[in-house]
Design a binder for this molecule. Structure first.
Ligand SMILES: NC(=O)C1=CN([C@@H]2O[C@H](COP(=O)(O)OP(=O)(O)OC[C@H]3O[C@@H](n4cnc5c(N)ncnc54)[C@H](OP(=O)(O)O)[C@@H]3O)[C@@H](O)[C@H]2O)C=CC1
Ligand SMILES: CC(=O)C(=O)O
Ligand SMILES: [Mg+2]
Length: 414
């Protein structure tokens, strides 16, 4: 067994199985404590909430709790391994919510037969939580699931693999293209993958200035083009009128390769054909579309990112979801709208240009310095400024766009 494999298994098994637990926020030592926490005292907040549902935010943990909900159909890049096998990833997201944004989170893995069953299950329990983070649900079902749940739930519903990934990718891409001296509007993009993350990332990049005509998307059958009859409605939005059919056809002269597909799908031959000063974000987890060592060995003028924590430029939705929910919960936003997402893009991108605090460097024992450049286009997940900077920008955007029930910003400790 490899070292990291055994270390990861031990980390999850010991000293107690799993990564999260419930902790109490009120005393439960005396009979008086119990008379308040339970019977008879608990009846009082029950009556208050029955009279006015908003009181749930006052008397229960609803307002600081996000459910991480999945069906396990697209677990990272490992594929459809089912709800139970996805539990370590969902507990991991709960760990990240708590550690980085002090949001209490519970993982929920749903077994179901149809998207409607999944939607009905989530809609039926959504009011328990302050927000719903959908995770690792494959395309195209994820699109209708998210759309229906947004329509039916009173709390924000956010498919992290779509929007969290898109926000972080856009932030990193804006910075990487700037370093490479390229305009996003002129850049040519090749996106490997046409699922949840890929469709959302390319949609976001277009909103950030990318030219739709300069985007080539591929799935397992090759280039998405207008002659194909097997495209779902989401892929069809990215169909090009072109006679290019393969990665080799589209990668020639491309400025950007964005991988949201699976391991080792692009090789040295293709990387060598890209334009000068290219950007490669190989975001598949745990194994990227190309190993950084191979890409760097092929050419020295590229900027390389992966989804992993053990290489420079981690392009991963962990930079977004804890903080976008922090901002949304803090002003009790009814949804996470485009204004809030774009605000998150710019807050994350801007932070990469700031000097990096010593506490961040401490978390990376093999790194001696970090400053804006080819090896540092995005902040690190443990940067303590992500919380105030991103949450504040998101909360302000929620207020400005009229979706916040609380119209004032909380004080964020810088
Ligand atoms: N770094 C990050 O923050 C994130 C990374 N990801 C990564 O993105 C990948 C996709 O996740 P997600 O969008 O949720 O999953 P989906 O199941 O929704 O989409 C997967 C897509 O990848 C395509 N694909 C799979 N294998 C290949 C291949 N060998 N060649 C070309 N295309 C391929 C599929 O093609 P087809 O449509 O033909 O089946 C499909 O379009 C995963 O590896 C995941 O780890 C996802 C979210 C966040
Ligand atoms: C990071 C993540 O959410 C994924 O790879 O699915
Ligand atoms: Mg995911």
């Amino acid at each position: 067994m490899s070292d990291i494999r055994q270390q990861a298994l031990d980390y999850h098994e010991f000293p107690i199985p799993g990564k999260t637990a419930v902790c109490l926020t009120k005393p439960a030592e005396t009979s008086h404590d119990l008379a308040l926490a339970y019977s008879p005292g608990v009846a009082e907040p029950v009556r208050e909430i029955a009279a006015n549902p908003d009181n749930a935010y006052r008397y229960t943990n609803k307002g600081n709790t996000v459910a991480v909900i999945t069906n396990g159909t697209a677990i990272l890049g490992l594929g459809n391994l089912g709800p139970l096998a996805s539990k370590p990833v969902m507990e991991g997201k709960a760990l990240l919510f708590k550690h980085f944004a002090n949001i209490d989170s519970t993982d929920i893995e749903i077994t179901h037969n149809t998207p409607e069953e999944f939607i009905n299950t989530v809609a039926a329990i959504a009011d328990t939580f302050g927000g719903i983070n959908l995770e690792d649900i494959k395309a195209p079902e994820c699109f209708v699931i998210e759309r229906e749940l947004i329509a039916r739930c009173k709390v924000p519903v956010f498919h992290d693999d779509q929007h969290g990934t898109a926000i972080v990718t856009a932030a990193g891409m804006i910075n990487a293209l700037e370093i490479q001296g390229k305009l996003i509007s002129d850049a040519t993009f090749v996106c490997m993958g046409a699922g949840a993350a890929a469709i959302a990332c390319m949609t976001m990049l277009v909103k950030c200035g990318a030219n739709r005509a300069n985007i080539y998307m591929l799935d397992t059958k090759g280039v998405i083009h207008s002659g194909r009859t097997d495209l779902n409605e989401y892929k069809a939005l990215f169909a090009n009128d072109t006679d290019k059919r393969t990665l080799l056809d589209v990668i020639k002269g491309a400025d950007v390769f964005l991988g949201l597909s699976g391991p080792d799908v692009i090789g040295a031959e293709e990387v060598a054909l890209m334009a000068d000063k290219p950007v490669i974000f190989a975001c598949s987890n745990p194994d990227p579309e190309i190993k950084p060592a191979l890409a760097h060995a092929t050419r020295s003028d590229l900027i390389m990112g992966t989804g992993r924590s053990d290489y420079p430029n981690q392009v991963n939705n962990v930079l977004c979801f804890p903080f976008i929910f922090r901002g949304a919960l803090d002003v009790r936003a009814s949804c996470i709208n485009d204004e809030m997402k774009i605000a998150a893009v710019h807050a994350i991108a801007a932070l990469a240009k700031e000097p990096v605090p010593a506490s961040v460097l401490k978390a990376y024992p093999n790194v001696t310095s970090l400053s804006f450049g080819p090896e540092y286009v995005l902040p690190k997940p443990m940067d303590p400024r992500l919380l105030p900077n991103v949450a504040r920008a998101v909360a302000q955007a929620a207020i400005d766009s009229g979706v916040a029930a609380i119209p004032t910003l909380p004080k964020y400790a810088d």
